[in-house]
Design a protein around this ligand. Structure first.
Ligand code: DUR
Ligand code: ZN
Length: 143
């Protein structure tokens, strides 16, 4: 359970798991941490690559099954940590779709993008990263 500066603690958890990244093909290590709405649990993941590349899994999607298998399906916040010069590392399209499945009861997820140094942190939300996602597409609300 996180208290106090929750987003920063979540970024620290993502930074920690990033050390476990298995990324011999890209050499690009990513860590992700999910804070659940229920019980404020934290579940983390790192990217895991395959020599055949296609089955590689992103850090965000490595963290999701750890939360869901423990019974947590409402995500309040997600932190993503990588080290890319001059830009933030944002979740890929597939991860955006997967995360949007598990929005908290307000219908959104806060997303924090950071480097391990935390010198700059970008705060956004899944509804901004993936507007009109498949799960939120309600035919009656579109005129
Ligand atoms: O948000 C992201 C972006 C990229 N990657 C991984 C996929 C691949 O292993 C490596 C290079 O794209 O980084 C993630 O895990 N999360
Ligand atoms: Zn991804």
């Amino acid at each position: 359970m996180l208290t106090g500066e929750t987003a920063k603690q979540l970024i620290q958890e993502a930074t920690h798991i990033r050390q476990r990244a298995y990324c011999p093909y890209s050499n690009f290590a990513v860590g992700a941490a999910i804070l659940t709405e229920e019980d404020e649990r934290v579940y983390t993941g790192c990217n895991i690559e395959s020599s055949t590349l296609t089955p590689s899994i992103c850090a965000e999607r490595a963290a999701v099954p750890r939360a869901v298998c423990e019974g947590y399906t409402k995500f309040k916040m997600v932190a993503v940590v990588a080290h890319q010069k001059g830009t933030f590392t944002a979740p890929c399209g597939v991860c955006r779709q997967v995360l949007s499945e598990f929005c908290s009861s307000d219908g959104d997820i806060e997303i924090y993008l950071s480097k391990p140094t935390m010198d700059k942190i970008l705060c956004t939300k899944i509804s901004k990263l993936l507007p009109l996602s498949f799960v939120s597409y309600k035919i009656d609300s579109v005129t």
